[in-house]
Design a protein around this ligand. Sequence first.
Ligand code: PMP
Length: 297
Amino acid sequence: YYDNNTVIYFNGNFVKATEARIDLYGQSLHYGYAVFEGIKSYKTENGIQIFKVKEHYDRLRKSAQVMHMPFDYTTEQLTELTYKVLELNGLSDAYIRPLLICSPNMGLSKGQKSYLTIEAWEWNNGYLANKMRIKTSPYQRPNPRAFHVEAKVSGHYVNSILACQDAKDSGYDEALVLDAKGYVAESSGANVFYEKEGVLYTPEKGSILPGITRATVFEICRELGIPYKEKLFTPDEMRGADAGFFCGTAAEIVALESLDDVPFAKNWEDTLSAKVQKAYRNLVVGKELEEFKLQLK
Ligand code: PMP
């Protein structure tokens, strides 16, 4: 992720990653009380572009707000700082990780002082061709009455690590995690869709992080005239459907091969999901959907 030359933004300054220091006596480290974002930049025909930068920083602000963490940057300031981090590190296709930390305070009342850091590292999407074998996780997503699940809070990801590692230990690529009532929620770090008889389905809000990629899939579906529906469904309904995919900023749109060893029925290339995947790829590198629609014909 970094070497001796990597520069990060750290609370007002651009500093070497190896020289940034936070103290050990803080709520973020001890309790997972931090909020963050996962953003990507792409080399496009119009230069380097950070995809959906406004949406990501709006979500960071909302995350900080519901977690009572001091945060007074505007989206414009954050955007400018982020482009600067990319420039200082000579990055174009990159993953960007802003993180808001609270320190020092070891109590359980709200954070008094926060620090913003922005890290970035090179990211290539070479793995997109791989299809994932996934399993229904024995772990549930965090209870929405115990956590603000729509905020991107560091502590929530302890659950993600348990679910992801359990899937890997059982010989699968990723986990499909359910809510407390047994409905499909999402993956450890991405939203989920399945396709059946010409319609795309995805879990409604409630126990998920409503992803920016998920919203972009809706946008693409509307543009391409692909019907989609948000609804609660069980793994039984999803197993053996025509197709399935995970979507998130990091993964983009990644095809699923099977759920609990039951393969998805259609050849991926013949699905509407594959069209959405291609359209997303076009969008992130700055090609308008109109252009893509022409290519589809
Ligand atoms: N759910 C979880 C749990 C995630 O960590 C992510 C990645 N941020 C997503 C969904 C997808 O969100 P986005 O499309 O905004 O990256």
